[in-house]
Design a protein around this ligand. Structure first.
Ligand code: ATP
Length: 237
């Protein structure tokens, strides 16, 4: 469904990604592992059109997407939940979710309300706090708003950057359970995670990124059993 071929990108003269090739199939969770600075966030930013690629190809259902602006990619069904979540801290939970529907919502109040209710079904705690300013929520609740807002854009593929960052273990478990449910409901998910153990237990397949290159790939089970991956990303267990 989603195919990346020999993608390269960076910031001005600084090249960060070199010849990245990867794919994500329908209803698949794919995780990108890598050390700090390996280029994981840069990869997601390039795939969602936030920074321009310098070469390669990104195809979604056969259509070339490279060079399209981020809002067009969102309309094509690719939604990015950035590291740090990027929610509007001064807006209410409800307003944040409504903003996610920006691309399709014009004049469709009833439809927006129905889809916001679906998000509240997934995250009941947000329903209780719908009028609260998003910036005053806990870290886990803010992550739920960020995921909920992405879902409001009606994505087919969600790019998730470090959803577990700074969250307590129980909250991480809840967020990962949600990611699993989203996959089961038909979404494809490309996940960047430092929490390699949890991510591999959730994912179908994984790629290892090192200084901007893919150096390993395979099923999550195979990579979890790989000695090098264990030493580098799983604390040598
Ligand atoms: P982390 O796990 O620490 O978030 P990462 O794997 O996501 O790391 P990136 O944030 O993609 O890595 O960074 C890759 C490289 O690109 C780093 O050398 C970083 O310094 C550089 N970089 C990231 N953002 C920018 C930017 N806005 N301008 C210039 N260089 C950047």
């Amino acid at each position: 469904m989603f195919e990346v071929d020999r993608l390269s990108s960076g910031y001005g003269k600084l090249m960060v990604l070199h010849d990245i090739s990867l794919s994500v199939a329908e209803r698949e969770i794919v995780v990108i592992l890598g050390a700090n600075g390996a280029g994981k966030s840069t990869l997601l930013r390039t795939l969602s059109g936030l920074i321009a690629a310098t070469g390669g190809s990104v195809r979604f259902d056969g259509e070339e997407l490279l060079g399209k602006e981020a809002y067009r990619l969102a309309r094509n069904g690719i939604c990015h939940v950035p590291e740090g979540r990027g929610i509007f801290a001064d807006q209410s939970v409800q307003d944040n979710l409504e903003l996610g529907a920006f691309g399709w919502a014009r004049g469709r109040r009833a439809r927006i309300a129905a889809e916001i209710d679906q998000v509240y079904g997934l995250f009941p705690v947000l329903a209780e706090r719908r009028h609260q300013r998003a910036g005053t929520l806990s870290g886990g609740q803010q992550q739920m708003v960020a995921i909920g807002r992405a879902l409001m854009a009606r994505p087919k593929l969600v790019l998730l950057d470090e959803p577990s960052l700074g969250l307590a273990p129980l909250v991480v478990t809840a967020i990962f359970d949600t990611i699993r449910r989203l996959r089961d409901s038909g979404l494809a998910i490309l996940l960047v995670e430092q929490n390699a153990q949890a991510a591999l237990s959730l994912a179908d397949r994984a790629y290892v990124l090192s200084t901007g290159k893919i150096v390993m790939s395979g099923t999550a089970t195979d990579l979890a059993a790989n000695h090098q991956v264990q030493q580098s990303y799983l604390g040598g267990i």
